[in-house]
Write a protein that binds this ligand. Structure first.
Ligand code: KIV
Ligand code: ZN
Length: 510
C-alpha cells in the first residue's frame, strides 16, 4: 500500500534564513496562499519571537489559510511559546514547533546545559505547548550529530509529554544517506512510544545530500519531510520540495509513497519564490532550473523529437511548465490576461488585475511578444511592490564612448517625488549614486548580476543585486527591456527590503 508523506514547507521560516532573502508581510501572505494551493500539508510561517515583523506575518497567514496547518517556531521557553501561540491561535489548524539542541557540541558550547536539563526543558516546553494546542512538534536540533541513545531518550520524553510529531534534523548538513537512514531506524526501534507520533526529517544541503538524505529517511520510516521551494534556506539551503515530490512522483515502483502536492503548481510556485526573495534559480537546478527540460546535444534532441521518453523522465507539464507558451501581445485583452495569469497560478482581484493590465500594455508597446516570465515580473512589480517606500518614477541616462556617464533620476519616497543627477564611472554607477543620494542611504553593493529572462534581443534584462547597510543584507531584483532601468529597479527593490529590515529589527538570539 502506498503511504502518504506529510509535506511540511518551511520556505517562509528556514527559507527566509537564506542570506538576504527577507520578505515583507504582503509577500509572505501571497506566497503562503500559493503554498496552500500547491497542497503543502503544513506551512511553517515563521518564528514569531524573532521580530515584530515575523509575528505580524505569521498572524496574518494563520488567519488567512483555510486547509493547511500553520506552524510557528519557538525555542523551549515559555516566552517563545506564548509568542508563537499568540500568532497562530486563530488558525484553522495551529501547530507549535518547539526545538532545543541535543548534540554534545551544542550542549557544551551553546546551551551550557547538561543532558538532564535538556530533557527537563524539552518536556516542560512540550507539555506547555500541548496545553495550548493538540498539534505540537518537537525538534532535536543537531539531531544527526547527537548521541543516539540520548536522542531516543529526549524523543521518548517529548512524546510522553504530548508531542505529536518529532523531528530529527540534520541541522548542519553532515549526514550521509545510509547513515541517516540507519539513525531513523535506530530511533524507530529504540524509542518505545515512537508510534504515538509522526517521525519527521529536516535536512540541510551543506554536502549536497539533503534530498538523498530525506528520501533515505522516508524509506527507513520517516513520514514527514521538511522542505523548501527551490531548496532555499540557511547556508547551502534545505531539502527542496520539488526534488522530493517529483522523485516520489517519477519513481512510484521504487518509492511507494505519495504526497498531497499538486505537482502542476510546482513551477509557478518556484518562480514566485524566486521573484519574491530575489534569489535566482540556478539554470541546472533539478526540476525547476531553466535547463532542466532543455536538450542541448544533437543526439538528445534527435531522440526527444522521435520520442520524448528517450531522454525525458518527467513531462514538463507535470510541474506546470508550459512548453507551448501562449504568447500575449498588445492586442490581447483583460480577459486573456486574467485567464493566462490564472494558469500561471496567480488569482488576482479586479483591482490587482487592473494594475497589472496597465503595466502589461506598457510592456507590450515595447516588446512584441509578452511571455510567462514577463507576466511574472509584472505581477511582482505591480502588486507585491506596490506598498514600497521607494519607487522609480523617471530615469534618463547618457553614456557611450565619448561622454561622461550621467544619470538624472526621479524617485517617489512614500509617494513624494524627489529628483537629482549624478556622474559616474559607468551608467550604473551614475544611477546608483543618484539613487543613494536621493534616498539618503549608504548601502554597499556586494553583488550585481544580469541575465536575459527570455531569448531574443527584445528580451527583458533581469538584474539581481545584493546590498549591505549597517550589518543588514538584502537582495533586490528588477526587470525591464532596458537593462539600466532594470538595474535601477533592482537597486530600489534592495533598498526597500533594507527599509523593511530596519523597521522590523530581529531580536538577537541568546
Ligand atoms: O535545522 C534545524 O535544526 C532547524 C530546526 C529549528 C528544526 O531548522
Ligand atoms: Zn533548519
Amino acid at each position: 500500500m502506498t503511504e502518504r508523506i506529510i509535506i511540511f514547507d518551511t520556505t517562509l521560516r528556514d527559507g527566509e534564513q537564506s542570506p538576504g532573502a527577507s520578505m515583507n508581510t504582503g509577500e509572505k501572505l501571497r506566497l503562503a496562499t500559493q503554498l496552500e494551493k500547491l497542497g503543502v500539508d503544513v506551512l511553517e510561517a515563521g518564528f514569531p519571537a524573532a521580530s515584530d515583523g515575523d509575528f505580524e506575518a505569521v498572524s496574518r497567514i494563520a488567519g488567512h489559510l483555510k486547509h493547511t496547518e500553520v506552524a510557528a517556531l519557538a525555542r523551549t521557553s515559555k516566552k517563545d511559546i506564548d509568542r508563537a501561540w499568540g500568532a497562530i491561535q486563530h488558525a484553522a489548524f495551529p501547530r507549535i514547533h518547539t526545538f532545543i539542541a541535543t548534540s554534545d557540541i551544542h550542549l557544551t558550547y551553546k546551551l551550557r546545559m547538561n543532558r538532564d536539563e535538556v530533557v527537563a526543558t524539552a518536556v516542560e516546553a512540550v507539555r506547555y505547548a500541548r496545553s495550548l494546542t493538540e498539534r505540537v512538534e518537537f525538534s532535536a536540533e543537531d539531531g544527526s550529530r547527537s548521541d543516539r541513545d540520548f536522542l531516543c531518550r529526549v524523543f521518548e520524553a517529548a512524546i510522553a509529554a504530548g508531542a505529536t510529531t518529532i523531528n530529527l534534523p540534520d541541522t548542519v548538513g553532515y549526514a550521509i544517506p545510509q547513515e541517516y537512514a540507519e539513525l531513523v531506524q535506530y530511533v524507530m526501534s529504540h524509542t518505545t512510544n515512537i508510534h504515538q507520533a509522526v517521525l519527521s526529517v529536516h535536512c540541510h544541503n551543506d554536502l549536497g545530500l539533503a534530498t538523498a538524505n530525506t528520501l533515505a529517511a522516508i524509506c527507513a520510516g520517516a513520514r514527514q519531510a521538511e522542505v523548501t521551494i527551490n531548496g532555499i534556506g540557511e547556508r547551502a539551503g534545505n531539502t527542496s520540495l520539488e526534488e522530493v515530490v517529483m522523485a516520489l512522483h517519477t519513481r512510484p515502483n521504487y518509492l511507494s509513497f505519495t504526497s498531497g502536492i499538486k505537482t502542476e503548481f510546482i513551477y509557478p510556485t518556484s518562480r514566485l519564490v524566486s521573484m519574491i526573495t530575489g534569489i535566482p534559480v540556478q539554470p541546472n537546478k533539478a526540476i525547476v532550473g531553466a535547463n532542466a527540460f532543455s536538450h542541448e546535444a544533437g543526439i538528445h534532441q534527435d531522440g526527444v523529437l522521435k520520442n520524448p521518453m528517450t531522454y525525458e523522465i518527467m513531462k514538463p507539464e507535470a510541474i506546470g511548465l508550459n512548453t507551448n507558451k501562449l504568447v500575449l501581445g498588445k492586442h490581447s485583452g483583460r480577459h486573456a490576461l486574467r485567464t493566462h495569469l490564472k494558469d500561471l497560478g496567480y488569482d488576482l482581484s479586479d483591482e490587482e488585475l487592473q494594475l497589472v493590465f496597465t503595466k502589461f500594455k506598457e510592456l507590450a508597446d515595447k516588446k512584441k511578444h509578452v511571455v510567462d516570465e514577463d507576466l511574472e515580473v509584472l505581477v511582482t512589480e505591480g502588486i507585491l511592490q506596490s506598498h514600497d517606500v521607494f519607487a522609480l518614477d523617471y530615469l534618463h541616462v547618457t553614456s557611450g564612448t565619448t561622454v561622461l556617464p550621467m544619470a538624472s533620476v526621479r524617485i517617489l519616497i512614500n509617494g513624494r517625488p524627489v529628483q537629482g543627477a549624478e556622474y559616474g564611472n559607468g551608467p550604473i554607477d551614475a544611477v546608483y549614486k543618484a539613487i543613494a543620494g536621493l534616498t539618503g542611504t549608504g548601502s554597499e553593493l556586494l553583488r550585481f548580476s544580469i541575465n536575459a529572462i527570455t531569448g531574443g534581443t527584445d528580451a527583458q534584462g533581469e538584474v539581481t543585486v545584493r546590498l549591505r547597510e549597517n550589518g543588514l543584507e538584502a537582495m533586490g531584483r528588477g526587470a525591464d527591456p532596458d537593462v539600466i532601468t532594470a538595474g535601477a529597479k533592482a537597486y530600489i527593490n534592495g533598498l526597500n527590503r533594507l527599509e523593511y529590515l530596519k523597521a522590523h529589527p530581529i531580536t538577537p538570539m541568546e
